[in-house]
Write a protein that binds this ligand. Structure first.
Ligand SMILES: [Fe+2]
Ligand SMILES: [Fe+2]
Length: 244
């Protein structure tokens, strides 16, 4: 068993979630493939981003916007399709993600750059949700795959921070750690639903795998937008690195 799967199962156990064999079967395919967020490219890109304060500011802003979009999705779907018990969990999740959005934005000044206000994105995301298959199970499958990604990426970020001796990174650490702890909780409660639904209806595994694939595809889009940002700002980034 590779270490990511092992860590996932251990974490779920620590939250009293024992994954079903149907869930585990999907995860075997999912986390062994080393695609997108588990790839070497992702860890290399994250290291490169963290070396530059300008890149870091862009990345933090991007995360802040993504958290707000995720929160908007959760609130809307919780209000429309979740039963009372799940709704309460999703609303707590919503507040966590809104908080993360603010927490990521609060780190931007540590890079010496200003947080640019943003107005776009969230409304657009709500339009997208209206097209969303109005199936709560599909939605939670998607959310779960995104939460697993957040958890892995934050662990990667903490590792890079711990290996660095840059002061601004050290200052970011407690906030990143707090966000990580919430993400672990999000992975766990969504896992318990996903695991149970797959157990009750193993046919749903196909939908879960589709959701995982979608998240991987989106991650590649994120990676390419990061690369695009580097291309567009290469002179400034080189100046920052004292190369020109
Ligand atoms: Fe979050
Ligand atoms: Fe989350």
């Amino acid at each position: 068993m590779n270490s990511i799967k092992k860590e996932l199962y251990e974490m779920l156990n620590s939250f009293d979630v024992s994954p079903s064999k149907e869930y585990k079967k999907c995860i075997e395919k999912y986390l062994t493939s080393d695609l997108s967020f588990t790839s070497d490219l992702m860890s290399g890109l994250a290291k490169t981003i963290f070396q530059s304060k300008k890149m870091m500011a862009y990345y933090l802003l991007h995360n802040s916007i993504d958290e707000a979009k995720g929160a908007a999705r959760l609130r809307m779907i919780a209000g429309r399709y979740a039963d009372e018990e799940l709704k309460q969990k999703m609303m707590r999740h919503y507040y966590d993600e809104m908080n993360h959005s603010k927490m990521f934005a609060s780190l931007i000044p540590l890079t010496g750059f200003e947080a640019e206000p943003y107005h776009d994105g969230v409304a657009e995301e709500i339009d997208k949700i209206l097209d969303f298959d109005d199936n709560i199970k599909t939605f939670i499958f998607r959310v779960h795959s995104i939460e697993v990604r957040s958890w892995r990426l934050l662990l990667l970020h903490l590792k890079i921070i711990d290996e660095s001796n840059a002061e601004y990174m050290e200052e970011m650490r407690p906030t990143i750690q707090r966000i990580l702890e919430d993400e672990m909780r999000h992975v766990s409660y969504t896992a318990s639903y996903v695991s149970q639904w797959l157990h009750e209806d193993p046919e749903l595994s196909n939908t879960f795998i589709e959701c995982i694939t979608h998240t991987n595809k989106e991650t590649w889009e994120d990676l390419s937008s990061m690369a695009g940002f580097m291309r567009d700002n290469v002179q400034e980034l080189m100046r920052e690195a004292d190369l020109v």
